[in-house]
Design a protein around this ligand. Structure first.
Ligand SMILES: Nc1ncnc2c1ncn2[C@@H]1O[C@H](COP(=O)(O)OP(=O)(O)O)[C@@H](O)[C@H]1O
Ligand SMILES: O=P(O)(O)OC[C@H]1O[C@](O)(COP(=O)(O)O)[C@@H](O)[C@@H]1O
Length: 400
């Protein structure tokens, strides 16, 4: 039995580390639920066993065969694309890589007994354990996923997805992703497919969890870039404007400004006054600071590019240069922290399905993993802590 999910973002490139031992053992260690996992499922690669009969009195999901719940623990499958031909869609926002996905992972039932299913090219098939080796350290997608506007917008799309999942014998889903994916997960749960969510987005805007999978990797990438840029900024006395991802969320900008020792940050959540920033920049120059660094979230207004132009047109002491990180932040080798968080959340998600706790998301709360109703997550945003935004300002204050 395996549990693995990967995608083109570090946020979804994780959760692979339960693969190399029978999952029962991992669950014993990680969730303390040994009794709930039947020994039948211990054999990771077993595809010879016949599926157990549905438990007596259990409700069958409408419109499909009943994928035995126990068997649903047999593996995790990833599938974000549910277009007409089962092809991985090139979504309007996601491009070839597909971006964040909707329905990403399911515990394989009949079809995926004990193994991961692969959704590449519309094909849903169990994949061999060997195919999972080495994934823990990789970014990118291995299973084949994509966004689906059809799933999001049309009832027919949702029914099609459910039909395909049932056809493939999927008895439960672990949906990994951001707000969109988790909303999709809630829809599946409401339609009778046992579903558990795992928060994964570099934006860290999912309520009910202190951190989402992928945030730490993206943050470390941003900080590495800021550190490097500051070398040139110092050598050439420039104002470096660094744009980080975050269309609607300033979390990455604020945290990378704090960690990278930036002089200012601009985020969508708080109003930035370009003239005030320019004054600060000039004051900084007059006080002999050899560089100025501004971290700007993608969704800030003015944008990083507009602010750069504003500074250069004003003709102050520093020349302003723009660096846009873009998807440099959404790929690459996941940090150890992210790998561990993903493993913990993954195990907790499997544990929740094993407990019949459908319709929840597993999230980090202090040192613990907690279950949060998906209803409290879908359509909601975790707010940026104003205290962190203020801290970024306090740390960069100039001497009197
Ligand atoms: N409100 C919604 N209800 C159902 N499914 C949704 C909803 N929003 C998004 N989805 C599904 O989730 C996919 C991923 O959502 P998206 O917003 O692109 O990424 P993320 O999961 O990172 O927020 C979409 O392509 C769509 O299939
Ligand atoms: O260009 P795309 O694929 O829409 O992605 C950009 C968006 O994705 C994000 O990076 C979030 O991505 P994830 O939720 O997949 O981590 C936003 O910050 C950004 O606005």
């Amino acid at each position: 039995m395996v549990f693995t999910l990967r995608s083109e973002r570090p946020s979804q490139a994780l959760i692979p580390s339960l693969c190399d031992a029978p999952l029962t053992l991992k669950l014993i260690t990680l969730t303390g639920q040994p009794a709930k996992i039947p020994p039948l499922r211990v054999a990771a690669n077993s595809n010879r066993r016949r599926p157990p009969k549905p438990p007596q009195g259990k409700k069958r999901p409408a419109g499909g065969t009943y994928p035995p719940r126990d068997q649903a623990r047999g593996g995790v499958f990833e599938s974000r694309g549910f277009n007409e031909r089962g092809r991985r869609p090139r979504d309007e926002r996601g491009g070839a890589g597909g971006g964040a996905g909707g329905v990403r992972a399911g515990l394989g039932g009949r079809g995926g007994r004990g193994r991961v299913l692969r959704a590449l090219g519309g094909e849903l098939r169990p994949i061999e354990r060997e195919e999972l080796w080495g994934l823990v350290q990789q970014g990118g997608t291995a299973l084949g996923t994509g966004r689906s506007s059809q799933f999001e917008e049309e009832e027919e799309g949702k029914e099609k997805a459910l039909g395909r999942l049932r056809e493939a014998g999927v008895g439960g889903m672990v949906v990994i992703g951001g707000g969109g994916s988790l909303s999709g997960g809630l829809e599946l749960h409401e339609r009778g497919l046992p579903t558990v969510g795992v928060p994964a987005t570099i934006d860290n805007d999912i309520p009910g969890t202190e951190l989402s999978v992928g945030v730490d990797t993206a943050l470390n990438t941003a900080v590495t870039v800021i550190d490097r840029i500051k070398d040139t900024a110092t050598a050439q006395r420039r104002a470096m404007v660094v744009e980080v991802l975050g269309r609607d969320s300033g979390y990455l900008a604020v945290m990378s400004a704090i960690a990278g020792g930036a002089d200012a940050t601009m985020v969508p959540e708080f109003e930035a006054k370009p003239q005030e920033l320019l004054d600060l920049l000039n004051e900084s120059y007059e006080k002999g600071k050899p560089r100025f660094t501004v971290v700007v979230a993608e969704g800030a207004s003015p944008t990083a590019g507009e602010f750069c132009d504003f500074v250069n047109e004003a003709g102050g002491g520093y020349q302003a240069d723009l660096t846009t990180l873009g998807h440099i932040q959404s790929g690459g080798t996941p940090t150890a922290f992210d790998r561990i968080l993903a493993a913990r959340l993954g195990a907790a998600a499997v544990g929740a399905l094993a407990d019949d706790a459908s319709g929840v998301m597993v999230g980090l709360s202090g040192d613990e993993i907690r279950r949060v109703p998906l209803e409290e997550v879908a359509g909601e945003k975790r707010k940026l802590d104003p205290g962190l935004y203020r801290l970024a300002g306090v740390l960069s204050a100039l001497p009197e």
